[in-house]
Design a protein around this ligand. Sequence first.
Ligand code: ATP
Ligand code: MG
Ligand code: MG
Ligand code: MG
Length: 489
Amino acid sequence: MSYLPIKQILQAPTVGQDITVKGWVRTKRESKNAVFIALNDGSTIHNIQAVSEAGQLPDDTLRLITTGACVAITGTLVESLGSGQAVEIKIAEVHVYGPADPEKYPLQPKRHSLEFLREIAHLRPRTNTFSAILRIRHALAFAVHKYYNDNGFFYLNTPIITASDAEGAGEMFRVSTLDPINPPKTEDGKIDYSQDFFGRETNLTVSGQLEGELGAMALGKIYTFGPTFRAENSNTTRHLAEFWMIEPEMAFYELEDNMALAEDFVKSVIRYALDNCADDLAFLDNRQKEEEKNKKKEEQSEMSLLEKLRFVVDNDFERLTYTEAVEILRNSKPAKKGQFQYEVSWGIDLQSEHERYLVEKHFKKPVILTNYPREIKAFYMKQDSEPATNSRGEVFGPTVRAMDVLFPGIGEIIGGSQREDDLDKLTGRMAEVGIEPEAIWWYLDTRRFGTAPHSGFGLGFERLVLFVTGMGNIRDVIPFPRTPKSAEF
Ligand code: ATP
Ligand code: MG
Ligand code: MG
Ligand code: MG
């Protein structure tokens, strides 16, 4: 039996047409003369209303039509007399595929808390909020591929199981076929990975960058878009143990080119969502306005979700160095009043409170920070030739050509850099931080043979979805969040 998506019917309604729709009942309302069913099939935020005369549907069927039941409705599309919808279906027949016991079905027609919905992540896509988020997530993913395809990048699939630790941060999930309780040991008491399926210690990837660089040094411009894993026990609203990362890597790009690409890229995908997800964004915009009303006046945001998205798309990002940012932060009101949890001094890794101060209070727009201290960044970043100095002429330590893009409400959304392309400098830095050249001999080969300036960055896809949907918790923008406490399904 064929059926029409509700989105298609509502976009171009043909009154008088006989149609079938299939989906899940949101509400059923009975009046003296009629039965009203609101049906949603996931294709759009909007429900379609179906109406039958009282007594027309068999009692057995009517009883099974409750919130959450899955049904097929056949009938004629007619103009609606009620307010709220232009057209509705005059029901000829209802077929119930699957009832949903109203005593047990957890999603009743009321607003459930996000905390409660996280406990029923398997059903929450049936709510307006989550279906809107998932459709926007889809559109953004599509926009990512479209952007890179339109701009001459190749999609490179990097491995998920790997022996390399791109970030050197050691927050990895081990992958092993060995008995975890009683693994075979070598003579010196270490786990004997030579008996493992992979013959050596392997992990789930934390980033596809190092392999991405190999691609860039052959294809010119590549991007990865795949799952990445970090065993960080951070119960923040910005971190997941499993998240999706988009990592473009470009030969012949220097830091300036990298920044320009990052800005153009995020603006372009956000614009795509504004152009293609208008209904879902309008729904989330309203939702956020309602939430804002419950907040204290001083905590209410000055812009609505849609205003914020348009603002980001229409304005230049602010660009400054880490050293300049530290100066601003040290002279800021919260620093003087001791309101930052972490004190700011040159050399610290900025915390999200500092990043958000710069973006939300000082510049009031997205910020790209560059030239971070070498000591807090990964070994592969290109070293600057001069150490940093501030406006008073103070000289600080060595810096690297790193860039972080900071967004309102989020903090770091992108981390990237120009890569060290000089073999001696790279191996020198590796020796300082204790990485054996043998461990990534294949990576060093790109510097050994035909090295070239190149750059890239990583965008956490969920942080982008978080920003575009205006949600407050990263667990609410991925279908199945993996956090220290959730891995059941
Ligand atoms: P943060 O400082 O927020 O912990 P990071 O500097 O550790 O991030 P990078 O290694 O630079 O992160 O990774 C690149 C991007 O991946 C980040 O800019 C961010 O958007 C995203 N990201 C990093 N860690 C996570 C995580 N645990 N969950 C979701 N996204 C993440
Ligand atoms: Mg981190
Ligand atoms: Mg960071
Ligand atoms: Mg980073």
